[in-house]
Design a protein around this ligand. Structure first.
Ligand SMILES: [Fe+2]
Ligand SMILES: [Fe+2]
Length: 147
C-alpha cells in the first residue's frame, strides 16, 4: 500500500484544522504500515480505535465551529461525520471469514478521509475563513464555553 501523502489541495485554509487533518493522515499511514508488515489483527484494531478516538475529537472540533458560526450546511456535514465514523467503527465488529479486514480497513480509511477533506471540509474551510481572522486560533471558539 503506497503512503498517503499530504498535498496542498487538502489544505482547507484554517491552519488548526489542517494540522488535525495531517495528524489523521499520519495515523492512517501508521495503520497502512502495520497492515503491510502483516501485523496481527488485534494490533491493527488497536490502531483503528486510536484513529477513531482522534477522528471523534476532530469531528467535534469542526462541529463546534459550525455551531458557533451558524454554518448553513451543518446538518449535511454532521451526517457525513456520522457516516465516516460508522464506516470505521464497523471494522471493529465481528465479521465472517469472507470479509477482507485489511483491504477494507485501508480502503475505508483512505477514501473516507481524502473524500471528506477535499469535499465537505474544504467547503467548511472557505466559510470559516470569512469568520475567523487569520491571527486568531479557532481553538479559542471551541474551548471557550466548555470551561
Ligand atoms: Fe468534517
Ligand atoms: Fe475534517
Amino acid at each position: 500500500m503506497s503512503e498517503l501523502t499530504w498535498h496542498p489541495i487538502y489544505n482547507i485554509g484554517i491552519h488548526e484544522i489542517d494540522l488535525q487533518h495531517k495528524t489523521l493522515f499520519a495515523m492512517c499511514n501508521n495503520l497502512f504500515t502495520l497492515i503491510d508488515q502483516g501485523a496481527e489483527q488485534h494490533k491493527v484494531e488497536e490502531l483503528i480505535s486510536d484513529f477513531l478516538g482522534y477522528l471523534t475529537y476532530h469531528n467535534s472540533f469542526e462541529e463546534k465551529l459550525m455551531k458557533v458560526f451558524e454554518y448553513p450546511n451543518l446538518k449535511t456535514h454532521l451526517i457525513e461525520h456520522h457516516a465516516f465514523v460508522a464506516k470505521i467503527r464497523d471494522l471493529l465488529k465481528p465479521h465472517d471469514d469472507s470479509f477482507n479486514f485489511e483491504a477494507s480497513a485501508q480502503q475505508r480509511v483512505l477514501e473516507s478521509l481524502t473524500e471528506h477533506i477535499s469535499g465537505d471540509d474544504l467547503e467548511l474551510g472557505s466559510f470559516l475563513a470569512k469568520h475567523i481572522p487569520e491571527n486568531v486560533n479557532p481553538r479559542s471558539f471551541v474551548f471557550s464555553e466548555q470551561r
